[in-house]
Each structure stands twice: as structure tokens, then as C-alpha cells.
Ligand binder design. Sequence first.
Ligand code: 4FV
Length: 242
Amino acid sequence: MFRIDVLTIFPEMFSALEASMVGRARQAGLLDVRVSDIRAYSAAKHKNTDDYPFGGGAGMLMTAQPIADAIKALAPAPYKGLRVLMSPRGQLLTQQLVQKLSQAESLLIVCGRYEGVDERVSQRYIDLELSIGDYVLTGGELPAMVLIDAVARLREGVLGQGQSALEESFTDDHLLEYPQYTRPRVFEGLEVPEVLLGGNHAQIDLWRRRQRLLVTAQRRPDLLPQARLTDEERAWLREQGF
Ligand code: 4FV
């Protein structure tokens, strides 16, 4: 049972996790996602969870006390899992990091709102700040759901039969996935590549590998330096103009 605790001032946003695969994984007892309202831990008179930033500046900041008390209540020391704060200032989430996080004992995820969270929360209670990308959202809830989805699907048994999280974009070879087709063979005049219909699996594997090289070179050349290519593959890419 993989336990994930989520701290947020909008617990109702996480009903989205009831649906689909993550919901089924919860029902199957593979995953235990518990969402807690930070406001419930506020010691302030009106259950406030934000205040003005010292030094001025636009907007409000989430105060440390409610979050700290929630973490102490839900993940008391010595906590064996990882305590994560979703933040644009965090380490960029990649599939490699997702794979590492999916092996943690458990996760506690703090969702910031407003302009962010008082730095002392991170200093004392957070093991890892994580960003889902270089853009600014209104809250950490959607990033938390992205993280939960990406981690949950790597847990044993969460993906349905026959589905695999192994051969995918961004696994350990840093190449984008090959294009995929299903029935009908011709859709609006567009045909499925002949090689995929022939049943010659060596040819299919070669075609798919080369498509991965091509798509990555076209769309994400930044990934190529980390990709492990053979000399033949590098020569083939050069022939394609990359
Ligand atoms: C974010 C991201 C993100 C910033 C202010 C929440 C918002 C507000 N979190 N990856 N990008 N968070 O934009 O993780 O507190």
C-alpha cells in the first residue's frame, strides 16, 4: 500500500483523483491518497492560512504554522517517506525523478497557494521542492495531481493488464515515443505505415527506433545529448539532416 498525504486549502479539487486509474488503484488497495485541509490546522482566530509578506511585495503568503502542524500531525518524525513541496522554485520533475519517487516509502505533498509558502516550512519540514515546469499556476494542487498520477502508474499493479510503463517517452533512454496507429488502416485518406502491417518484428522494431530518433531530433533536440545512440544511429540521423 503506497500512502500519499496531500496538504491543501482546496481538498475538493482532489475528487478528480477518484476517477480513472488512480481511483481504481485506491479501490484495489494499491494506493492510499489522503487529502487534508491545511485550514483545519490554523491556530489563527478566523482559521487564516495566509499573511502579508515581510519586505512588502504583491500578494499574500501561506503562513508556516498551519502547514508545519499538519506535517507534524500527518508525518511525525521519524518520517520514512519524502515530504515534497510543489513550487516553481523546485527541482524540475522528470520521469527519472518520478521513478525514484515511486519507490519512496510514502509521500507527503504540500500544495502552495497565493504567492507561495513561508520559507521556514521548507527549511524545517520539506525534503524536496518539486516543479512540474517553468510556468506559474494559481496553486500547487494541479502539480500535486500530476505528481500523484505519474508516480501511481509506476506502482506495481496500478496499470491495467497489458499496459506497460516501461517502453515510454522519457524512460531511461531520453527519447520521445514512436508514433502509434490503430484501426482503421486508412483514416480520412491517411494510411498506417506499411511496415506495421507486415508482422516482421525486427523491421517494426527498427522502424520504431528510428521514428523515436527522428521525433526527438525534430521536437526535443535538447534530449539527444543524453540519449544513448549507436554510431549507426547517429549516422542515420545525419542522413536525415540532423
Ligand atoms: C508550481 C509549478 C506552481 C506558484 C504560486 C502555486 C504556484 C502558488 N508548482 N510546479 N510550476 N505553483 O506554479 O509546481 O503558490
